[in-house]
Design a protein around this ligand. Structure first.
Ligand SMILES: [Ca+2]
Length: 187
């Protein structure tokens, strides 16, 4: 009889552990996730990916070859703004970011172009903050894919209803391609 009681107690303990532990782990992970990484190789951009806009700038190209697959974003004098990530902070994570790292690959047909990565934050369609990272010095040679990476720090206080948009802005009037964008939010 004693043995049976011990077994029953163990079973109850086992049950309570297995039912409560995974739940609290999941909730914990959701509220304290330290980084969120978003990548886009543009291969499925034309099917419209949530949180990404301006997919009309993504084309199939073999001259030059895309950095990955068949598709890359083409910015030109008639299409200065490239493929863009756009989302409201609360739809990205339950806490607000301290920093975002934007990286990717760029192919220019002109050296030292007037070109940059733009980070725009708006609220109720009003601009709240605007930062730019120039790629002019990154691109010393034409006709080759060059990797870039930049960090943006959020120095103004943010709120969860603001919208962030990240995109390339090509003011060089010459064709410049982008591919394999990566956006990493740090919390
Ligand atoms: Ca690609």
């Amino acid at each position: 009889m004693k043995k049976l009681i011990v077994f029953a107690t163990a079973a109850v303990l086992l049950y309570s552990c297995s039912s409560s532990t995974p739940k609290s782990d999941t909730a914990n992970a959701e509220s304290t996730q330290k980084t969120i990484e978003i990548t886009n190789d543009m291969e499925n951009a034309t099917a419209v990916i949530p949180s990404w806009i301006n997919e009309k700038t993504v084309i199939s190209t073999n001259s030059p070859a895309a950095h990955s697959g068949d598709f890359a974003c083409l910015t030109t004098d008639s299409s200065e703004y490239g493929y863009a990530y756009q989302e409201i902070f609360k739809n990205i994570n339950s806490i607000l970011p301290k920093k975002v790292v934007v990286s990717g690959w760029v192919y220019s047909t002109v050296a030292a172009p007037n070109l940059g990565i733009i980070l725009n934050i708006s609220e109720n369609n009003q601009q709240y903050d605007w930062k730019t990272y120039p790629l002019t010095d990154t691109i010393k040679e034409t006709g080759k894919w060059v990797e870039f990476s930049t960090s943006f720090y959020f120095d103004k206080p943010l709120n969860e209803n603001q919208e962030i948009r990240i995109f390339p802005w090509n003011q060089s009037k010459k064709p410049i391609y982008f591919d394999d964008l990566k956006i990493v939010f740090e919390y």
